[in-house]
Design a protein. Structure first.
Lengths: 405, 378, 405, 378
């Protein structure tokens, strides 16, 4: 365990120089692409995954006994910044699907000791991939009206129903599913959180094509699927508490205004891309003054968002609380990212309208696809409207309306 | 809807019935999924021709009905509602306009009857870069005794795949950026030295990039006076904006109707979502925006028909406001539909993906706000 | 009665040339100012009022027997345009307060023959001024929760309570008041519309100072005020229907995006005022490109609003129906007018921040006061929010929420 | 709130307690209604001096505490909440900054201690027209053997009534519009040839217009080098923006708190109005905007204290975003309060009337958006 920041930093530095293969430098996209191809990880990447897993650096803040490194948030930040310095990338959260970001933290909180030991190390090593079965076709923002049923068969659960938006379900080994275990109770009171093996006869997945093209999302059908009795997470019929916590972890992971997939012109800043497509006048100002004004407001909003993330972390001394603040940041991240996409498409003009083919660069096409798929940001993970309800009720303390939600 | 004549009301009702029954959005989807070679269904275009739509702008002496821009707009609004693809706007609207504004009597007689009967598809080729900028024309047209020789590129030409003729903005003198020195030229699509490549765009419509390398055009292909093409071009573009706005209006209104219907039927938290006040107020805002936008869209078409002094202003107003509305409405269509709206299987994405190309066509909102301010003298 | 438009037009022209005094030409503001000063109307203006009243042109669409001229809407439009042509102005609606625009049309619809004959001629001649007692301190948008009480004393009503926002109450002769006549009924079912004489011992008014300075609004106190039995308008306990109709007439009168009081620079257009205060660049464009873009959007919105008024009138063949469309137009009129004020203040810079004194022109000061008082446009006459409820419910047919309003 | 030091937390708590108890908005109202000659209450200003606020920016060697801009911002936010009027911002903030940025050691020693003890009120005079434009300085300062002779006008000078000294941007060479040729000059308010007229503005604060006719200033009044005043002036204006933003933030936050309180207590249609979803969502939007704005406001002050390279960008960001927020929030304050908000008796109007002058001061949102874009190179 690191004694202080400086010694931990140098410890990390020497560990990295020993273990991180130069061949993987600054190649996060390549690693993840190969991971999900037929070939799987390259041998260097596989070795790197094993080394990370062994050091517990795949999920560094988790306790050592469950596959983590038991680091404080501060030390984890040091690890992450040192890795960035040498161009290293931790593929384990990506390999584990929803495992590291959402399932793991929830198991840590609600799981029995046996469940933690059984599930967490596989996630922390990136060997077991998880998806989540929450939404259903007729239960979107109103999650609690779900109808997928788990029936108690004495020694196991029999699950029937359909989930939707199960991201990565077609290549996951496990699914954390919200199921109805008491049909007679009030909506939120008869729900449980069940962990299910995906590789079984009663489970079928079907990828969903989205407006931007292929997507990681699936429909998942349970047809007499089996769940083990000891794979119920949290108390029977109190899955609602479990999932509320899980969704807080989700919001948490969506508070950065990450670029929508696809850039706009060779890693250019937005303003430089604008200059490239739109041109400048004699003073070096963007020729389209109206766009320039709107672009400026957008860049200001993006900076305000980024500064707010930093400020909230500084106030919380390094860790953003899984808290109300996340709702603000999620909505503002969404606004910023979607506005950036729209502005980028606009400034690109005809080049921002391509679907495929050689008349558009790969980056231009990726920008268009990213613009389309980014529309989901304000829908998934608690829609824009749901976050506003949360802010108004939980943060501001305004009374709940007679309407729910 | 403007106070319509009896004839206009009849045409609107016929158009609405036809698109709803014969060419609903499912047909556009099929065309897209089957990768129709011209990016529209020829049977649909034929039906439109048979209904007389291709002749709405063309005076009777050239085989049309000469009913004017508001009438064409009424029809385009209906095709816009179901995303019906065809050369109606590009050829029977903008192509015919180019001949009517800039063509000689001989040229009109030669080309317009074919636009009406569908044997000609005439489309306008102006831009050479990613963003609309008609002053920036640089495709060179060198005059000699025989006529002009054209060399250069045009991009994102509407119905460029199906076109039989292009009306091309060329530079016969001056520099890119100058209004003087632009000449409009009618070019047969099969002329030697002219090649086209089809584009694959988000809206699955039939755009092409054109390449001219030493394309010869005789004197009879020059529309109007040499070097003086900017004035007529500006007038043609006004009409292109006003008719494009009508199609956008239809697209946006359909998106509104779909959204309103969803608000009335989708149940969440035990009640239809339209009963949530925040959504009800959003619907009220969208409706208000729709009504205000309709006035601009119709006002521009009426001003063109009446040849009013403020037609240019109103065309920029119309293009901007309908662009803003279809932009906003297409985003709200997705957002209010939630997850289902994100799936390719549902139609919302088709409307979103059609909205942006329409916004960009002939100058986006930003372009026309700037133009409006210039026309108003600030 | 006019046979056709042309002959009516020439009839009006000759009437105007005979009756309209040149001294009053293009002086609407002056006429109204003197009307409410100690001196009252000038003799020319008083003669003009009498002539208008005699011809029935004060409220030209009202039937002749009640003081109008029985004109169709089309003829009334001709009258109005011909008056505008010669710089004439009809002071009667202003002199009658809420009489011509709101009380009169409602009396026409709900009044008994006796009430029409007794009240309408005084309004149509501009001799009797009316105010309205609707809102109460604790019943703003929620008008129906009013508590002012009228008690049946056999031969009259005794009224007790307090009204607020009674515009012009301090100089009105009559008040149309909404009063509770059945305390045991449901909120909207125990209300009646009572017409009350203002000049009596039980009525007291107190002007309200607003953020923009002095205002026409008053608080009005009823302390055992008396109302006559035959001055109840509409059925007993069905005042709610009466007032709903009355408010539609009010919305109707607020659908034009009239300039807030005070211009911005000598009758300049907004864009010319901007050029004056902000300056232009070498191309003649406003120096502040960001402001230019926003000003353009505003001018477009203003034009869209104006065109929508015309379109709706054209579709309705000359008359805007007292209908749902009014809610759209009222909100858009408000948005346009308030945005114009804000833009004007902004472009005027320091000159848009004056309160009084010689360092600001009278027009600059009027612009600032108008900016402040114009904030009321989105509050009175059914707030912005109330109009949206009306649009969503009445026009779009969205279901009423479990919440009222 | 930024992660504050213990000292900063103490100062904030003290400031909040003092304004709430000793100088609530009712005191500002009284000052306004009684037409206080200096447009602030001298007893309040004295109390602030006694609490050390006038010395927050001034280093210890000149009698202050040198705690820096974030600390001053913390205090200004609290005075902004209750609209407490005083020369704290104009003199102890901007005036002191001018001396610290541009003054010589001698000038600092001469003037700063008086700013701290309140005997000097030093305020910045830059603009000459209705809109902020520091390059446009035209007030002429002609050099001679004795120093400079000043002729011209300055407008809307903050605390111009109470000022004992003005820091005046003058033109010693070049043309209005040039950055070169501007010189900063410290002028005693009692100098012959200098006259001031007090203005009556919407916010009832103490502005004055200044008229210079042949005002003589010795060499010891020139701040920094002749003709090279634009650079220091730009730096001073950055700090003026960042501190003004802190005051605006307080004003806006108080408006938010008043609105939230009203949403929780005002009953309409049988329920508190905050339970209406449309209003709840508006409150959520305002809260989000408030949090984002706070980060910009604090970030700019921290960047000044740390002398970061991006301080100029952040100052324009802060001025713009706080301006936008106070603009929006002051309008919502009125709208959500409804009729009562329109009355002079209620405080909402005071906040609205203070917001616009703060927005306009040292460049409005439009000015600083343009500046931000220029600083970012587009």
């Amino acid at each position: 365990m690191a004694e202080d920041l400086t010694s931990f930093r140098s410890q990390v530095q020497s560990w990295l120089s020993e273990h991180f293969p130069a061949s993987l430098k600054a190649n996060a996209a390549g690693i993840m692409e190969s991971a999900f191809s037929e070939n799987g990880l390259s041998s260097d990447a596989e070795q790197w995954r094993q080394d990370l897993a062994e050091a517990g650096y795949g999920a560094p803040t988790w306790p050592r006994e469950y596959g983590g490194a038991g680091l404080s948030d501060r030390d984890a930040a040091v690890l992450s910044s040192e890795m960035a310095k040498v161009g290293a990338f931790n593929p384990i959260p990506g390999l584990a699907g929803m495992g590291v970001t959402m399932v793991g933290p929830t198991v840590l909180e609600y799981g029995t000791e046996e469940q933690k030991l059984r599930h967490l190390p596989g996630i922390a090593s990136g060997q077991v991939r998880w998806c989540l079965g929450l939404s259903e076709p007729n239960a979107g923002s109103d999650l609690a009206s779900l109808t997928t049923k788990a029936q108690d068969d004495g020694d196991s659960w029999t699950v029937n129903g359909q989930k939707i938006w199960t991201s990565g379900a077609d290549r996951s080994q496990w699914c954390g599913a919200l199921v109805r275990t008491d049909a007679s109770a009030k909506k939120r009171d008869g729900i449980s959180f069940l962990m299910l093996k995906m590789d079984q006869e009663g489970v079928r997945t079907k990828p969903i094509k989205l407006i931007g093209g292929a997507s990681p999302f699936c429909e998942t059908f349970f047809d007499d699927a089996r769940g083990e009795k000891d794979d119920l997470l949290g108390p029977l019929n109190d899955g609602w508490s479990v999932v509320k916590r899980l969704l807080q972890h989700e919001r948490q992971s969506q508070t950065g205004a990450g670029a929508p997939s696809g850039g706009s012109g060779g890693g250019l800043s937005l303003q430089d891309a604008a200059k490239k497509y739109v041109g400048t006048n004699a003073d070096g100002e963007l020729s389209d003054a109206d766009l320039r004004a709107r672009l400026t407001s957008h860049l200001m909003a993006a900076r305000a968002h980024a500064m707010t993330g930093s400020r909230i972390r500084a106030e919380a001394k390094g860790k953003v609380e899984v808290s109300a603040a996340a709702s603000i940041l999620k909505n503002s991240a969404t606004l910023v990212a979607q506005a950036r996409s729209e502005l980028t498409i606009e400034m690109m003009g005809n080049q921002g309208l391509g679907w495929e083919g050689d008349d558009f660069t790969a980056e231009e096409l990726a920008t268009v696809r990213g613009w389309l798929s980014g529309k989901a940001m304000s829908i998934y993970g608690g829609s824009f409207e749901v976050q506003k309800n949360i802010i108004s009720k939980n943060i501001l303390g305004l009374p709940e309306t007679t309407q729910k939600g | 809807m403007a106070a319509l004549t009896e004839e206009q009301t009849l045409i609107r009702d016929q158009a609405r019935a036809w698109v709803t029954e014969q060419s609903p959005v499912s047909k556009f989807r099929k065309m897209r999924d089957e990768d129709a070679p011209l990016s529209f269904l020829e049977e649909d275009w034929r039906a439109m021709i048979d209904m007389g739509w291709s002749g709405i702008l063309v005076p009777e002496r050239y085989g049309g009905s000469g009913l004017g821009y508001l009438t064409l707009g009424i029809v385009l609004e209906e095709t816009g509602r179901q995303l019906t693809a065809s050369p109606l706007l590009a050829s029977a609207g903008i192509g015919a306009t180019a001949l009517l504004v800039a063509g000689s009597e001989e040229q009109r007689q030669r080309i317009l009857p074919g636009i009406v009967d569908g044997s000609n598809v005439v489309t306008l080729a102006v831009d050479e870069g990613p963003r609309h900028n008609p002053r920036q024309v640089s495709l060179s047209a060198l005059p000699d005794g025989e006529g002009l020789t054209l060399t250069g590129e045009k991009v994102m030409v509407q119905e460029g795949v199906a076109a039989t003729h292009f009306v091309v903005a060329t530079r016969t003198s001056g520099q890119p950026g100058d209004e003087g020195g632009i000449t409009l030229v009618l070019v047969d699509a099969e002329t030697e030295g002219l090649s086209r490549t089809s584009l694959s765009t988000v809206d699955s419509r039939g755009y092409a990039n054109l390449s001219f390398s030493g394309v010869k055009v005789g004197h009879d292909g020059i529309l109007g006076a040499l070097d003086a093409g900017y004035g007529p071009l500006d007038k043609i573009l006004d009409r292109a904006c006003a008719t494009t706005a009508a199609e956008m209006m239809g697209t946006a209104c359909q998106a509104f109707d779909m959204t309103l219907e969803y608000l009335k039927t989708r149940v969440q938290f035990g009640q239809v979502i339209g009963s949530f006040q925040a959504l009800g107020h959003r619907a009220a805002d969208l409706f208000t925006e729709m009504e205000l936008t309709r006035s601009c869209m119709e006002g521009a078409l009426q001003a063109i028909d009446a040849d009013s002094d403020d037609a240019a202003e109103l065309c920029s107003l119309s293009k901007t406001r309908t662009g803003e509305f279809v932009h906003h409405m297409s985003n709200e269509l997705i957002q209010i539909h939630g997850g289902i709206g994100m799936t390719d299987e549902f139609d919302a994405g088709l409307y979103l993906k059609r909205a942006r190309p329409l916004e960009a066509a002939w100058g986006n909102q930003s372009f026309h706000r700037d133009r409006y301010a210039r026309l108003l003298g600030f």
